[in-house]
Design a protein around this ligand. Structure first.
Ligand code: NAD
Length: 256
């Protein structure tokens, strides 16, 4: 049990990568707060069923992570239940595919609000709690290979994830005195609902796989394994890094 009795918040944990991380953390002995976006009965039911399956100490917590009042209430709920917060995983994210020339302000702001502003809010509220506890703590962002490599028609997404990369590097420096480790995990193409359209289209799927040296999509549990390491005491001296979980995707350089 590598996370025995640690208290962990995973945002956007009712599906995909967040769900995979929450499941693995619970199996490693953590008390898990499964965050879901308010407003959708499906998300709420999924998060509550998931938390119930982890046993009596897990909870489902609703919060729109792009709203400060929601994030503060969520962290208060976690502290009221478990007495502390040791690990925060910024996983919730959205993407909008649109040619740059057609992107509206609303679309741009929506993506930045969840992926970058939301990660800032959760990091700040969680870090304040960790400092109040006297540290240590772990902040982990699920960014993307697009924190670094471009992706035409996903400019807001790439800008948000690039922003998360720089936020992580800054926080690694600022929060080191409090012994709060700050790192990113940059997944490549993982089989989750965010990629459903590609997964459902055999041609698009084949094209995507042809770009991946490992020859397949990744699985949420493969991202979760790295998250366990970064959330555990084994990563004590690791801060300010991005861990790529991408089957070699970022090494794929097309020269001809
Ligand atoms: P997903 O759509 O299953 O998960 C995203 C989750 O975020 C959903 O549960 C959604 O309800 C939640 N969410 C969205 N807005 C929210 C808000 N305002 N407040 C709270 N929750 C909110 O997709 P996923 O692939 O599991 O994505 C998880 C993270 O991984 C995202 O940040 C995504 O950008 C990143 N990522 C995914 C891939 C991939 O290939 N799947 C690759 C790179 C990065």
């Amino acid at each position: 049990m590598r996370l025995q009795d640690k208290v962990a918040l995973v945002t956007g944990a009712s599906s995909g990568i967040g769900k995979g991380i929450a499941e693995r953390f619970a199996a490693e002995g953590a008390h898990v707060a499964v965050n879901y976006r308010p407003g959708g009965a499906k998300d709420m039911e999924a998060a509550q069923a998931e938390a119930a399956s982890f046993g009596p100490t897990a909870i489902a917590v609703s919060a729109d992570i792009s709203k400060r009042e929601d994030v503060e209430r969520m962290v208060q709920e976690i502290v009221a239940k478990f007495g502390r917060l040791d690990i925060a995983i910024n996983n919730a994210g959205i993407e909008i595919k649109k040619p740059f020339l057609e992107v509206t302000d609303d679309e741009w702001n929506k993506v930045i609000a969840v992926n970058l502003f939301g990660a800032y809010l959760v990091s700040q509220v969680a870090a304040r709690q960790m400092v109040k506890q006297g540290g240590p703590g772990k902040l982990i962002n699920i960014s993307s290979v697009h924190e670094d490599i471009p992706f035409p028609e996903y400019t807001a997404y790439c800008a948000s994830k690039g922003g998360v990369r720089m936020m992580m590097r800054n926080l690694a420096m600022e929060l080191a005195p409090y012994k709060i480790n700050v790192n990113n995990i940059a997944p490549g193409a993982i089989a989750t609902p965010i990629n459903q359209a590609v997964l459902d289209d055999p041609v698009a799927s084949k094209n995507a796989i042809s770009e991946i040296p490992w020859g397949r999509f990744g699985k949420p549990e493969e991202v979760a394994s790295v998250a366990v390491f970064l959330a555990s005491d084994e990563s004590e001296y690791v801060t300010g890094s991005t861990y790529y979980v991408d089957g070699g995707l970022t090494q794929q350089v097309t020269l001809y």
